[in-house]
Write a protein that binds this ligand. Structure first.
Ligand SMILES: [Zn+2]
Length: 510
């Protein structure tokens, strides 16, 4: 896959992929992608639709158009009840093995179970400003768009099968077929097998045991034109690329390993269909504390939680900054999320016109900031400062006034409030202002004046401690105990400056 690596160190992966599309493919350009919506969206899901969108934007910056199709694979079998739906287990269980698009949504919100999670993904796409044409793939099957490919595979079954076996590295069962019938009696797709076929019709038995469900025993037949089937994944994938006219499509590294479906897709396209292959690209895993995210097991903070804690552009920044094939390991504790916000804030200060003079790390930051935030930031003062000022004043008008950034305050308000409501602040920022000063702290504060900033106050603490024969560290502890009833806290100079020297004097009765 070395040809997929970036040649230019200045270039974001979306840009070098866009350049490949423009130089190697003919218009109209099409990027496609897809996923099975069988559980709640997580950060990995987000990349599935975010990355193609970023590549499309890069193509558009060259003045070219690019269509973006996003496949919702809701004809796939419903194979497990996700943790998030555990309370509906008894309602859902009888539907195991059926296509996701016919399983009812137990919450009653969406057309089907598969649509429930598709609708969730759809609203996330809107939040992230991602606008693909979403294809409910069952509609494509129902309207016959896959029929010609189904007949093609049936007609060339022996060769199809041998490509699948060679590329996957494993022998298929005797009754392997390109087609997965949907049982007319029980409606399941997971439990059927084709027993004989012609080019455009097939007989099947619904008698497979797939551990999580069993077939009903029905024996029947159908024509391809009845549209009661789906192609198996390794054949479905290359077929959709022909149907959409895909120029470029990516997949996770799991599809790109030896024996993965990318290899099958490539050989089916070139050797069997005799078609030109699209540009493939692969991306790393999004890991949660070193583990793969899992829809069904509920591992990992859901995106719906993440968007309450971080502005959209910060999440986007976090996902597009790393190299494409790098695994992104996210441990969403407060320190790490704060680091991400501060990193984003630092990237806003880089001048994107001076990439040449930056080191590689700053280049990546500056480019990622351009992609995720369009080189604009909605706040000027740091997130941590808003957190500090809000802890002190508990009033957004005052926060706006004292930070001097009313727009930033209004923008970050829901996030700051969420951090506090969840007790998600870093340890040093968990406090209540409760003045109860020692005599020494009173004496110290009386030496301050309102023109001093955080740094000047910080230095004054050391000077005062030295002049009074106290250890610096002991003086800081005394200040924290006097103001917030703790031994530690935000930087003392910053804390006092945020409180305001005049207000502090008044509160301490000086
Ligand atoms: Zn059946």
């Amino acid at each position: 896959m070395s040809e997929l690596k970036s040649e230019s160190k200045h270039m974001h992966w979306s840009e070098w992929l866009a350049q490949r599309v423009i130089s190697e493919k003919k218009e109209p350009y099409v990027i496609s992608g897809g996923m099975t919506t069988s559980g709640p969206s997580h950060l990995g899901t987000l990349c599935e639709f975010l990355f193609p969108s970023v590549i499309r934007d890069a193509i558009r910056k060259h003045g070219k158009d690019c269509k973006y199709y996003f496949v919702a694979d809701i004809l796939d079998a419903f194979d497990s009840v996700p943790l998030a739906m555990e309370k509906y287990h008894s309602v859902l269980e009888p539907h195991l093995g059926k296509p996701l698009c016919v399983v009812p949504d137990p919450t009653g919100q969406s057309k089907s179970f598969g649509d429930h999670y598709l609708d969730e993904a759809r609203s996330l796409m809107t939040k992230f400003n991602v606008h693909p044409q979403i294809i409910r793939i069952n509609e494509y099957y129902e309207s016959g768009k896959f029929d010609d490919w189904a007949k093609f595979y049936l007609e060339n079954e022996a060769q199809t099968r041998s490509i699948v076996e060679e590329t996957s590295g494993k022998a298929e069962k005797k009754d392997w077929s390109p087609i997965q019938p949907i049982c007319q009696q029980c409606g399941k797709i997971a439990t059927t097998r084709v027993t004989s076929h012609t080019i455009d019709a097939y007989a099947y038995s619904c008698d497979r045991d797939v551990k999580y469900t069993k077939g009903c025993g029905y024996v029947g037949q159908n024509k391809i034109s009845d549209h009661k089937y789906k192609l198996v994944w390794r054949l479905h994938w290359p077929a959709w690329k022909q149907i959409f006219g895909t120029s470029i499509e990516g997949a996770g590294i799991d599809h790109h390993t030896k024996g993965g479906s990318e290899d099958t897709c490539c050989h089916i396209t070139k050797d069997l269909m005799k078609k030109e292959y699209h540009i493939p690209y692969r991306y790393g895993f999004i890991l949660f504390q070193g583990k793969k995210y899992s829809k069904s097991k509920g591992i990992g903070m859901g995106v719906s939680d993440m968007v309450k804690l971080l502005p959209i552009e910060v999440i986007k920044y976090m996902l597009v900054r790393p190299d494409l094939e790098e695994n992104i390991d996210i441990d969403p504790n407060s320190e790490n999320l704060l680091k991400t916000i501060e990193d984003f804030e630092a990237s806003a200060k880089l001048d994107p016109s001076k990439l040449d003079s930056m080191n590689r790390s700053d280049q990546k930051k500056a480019i990622a900031f351009g992609i995720s935030a369009d080189n604009k930031t909605a706040w000027k003062v740091g997130f941590l400062d808003f957190l500090l000022y809000y802890q002190l004043y508990r009033n957004w008008d005052e926060v706006a006034k004292y930070t001097g950034d009313p727009q930033g305050a209004a923008y970050l308000r829901p996030y700051v409030e969420e951090w506090i409501a969840r007790d998600f602040q870093p340890e040093d920022y968990k406090f209540k202002y409760a003045p109860n000063p020692s005599e020494m702290v009173k004496k110290f504060v009386s030496t301050l004046n309102s023109s001093m900033d955080g740094l000047a106050i910080h230095n004054a603490v050391y000077d005062f401690a030295k002049a009074n024969g106290i250890e610096g560290r002991a003086m800081f502890i005394d200040i924290y105990r006097s103001l917030i009833a703790k031994d530690k806290g935000p930087r003392a100079g910053k804390l006092i400056a945020a409180l305001g020297v005049d207000r502090l004097k008044k509160d301490l009765g000086i």
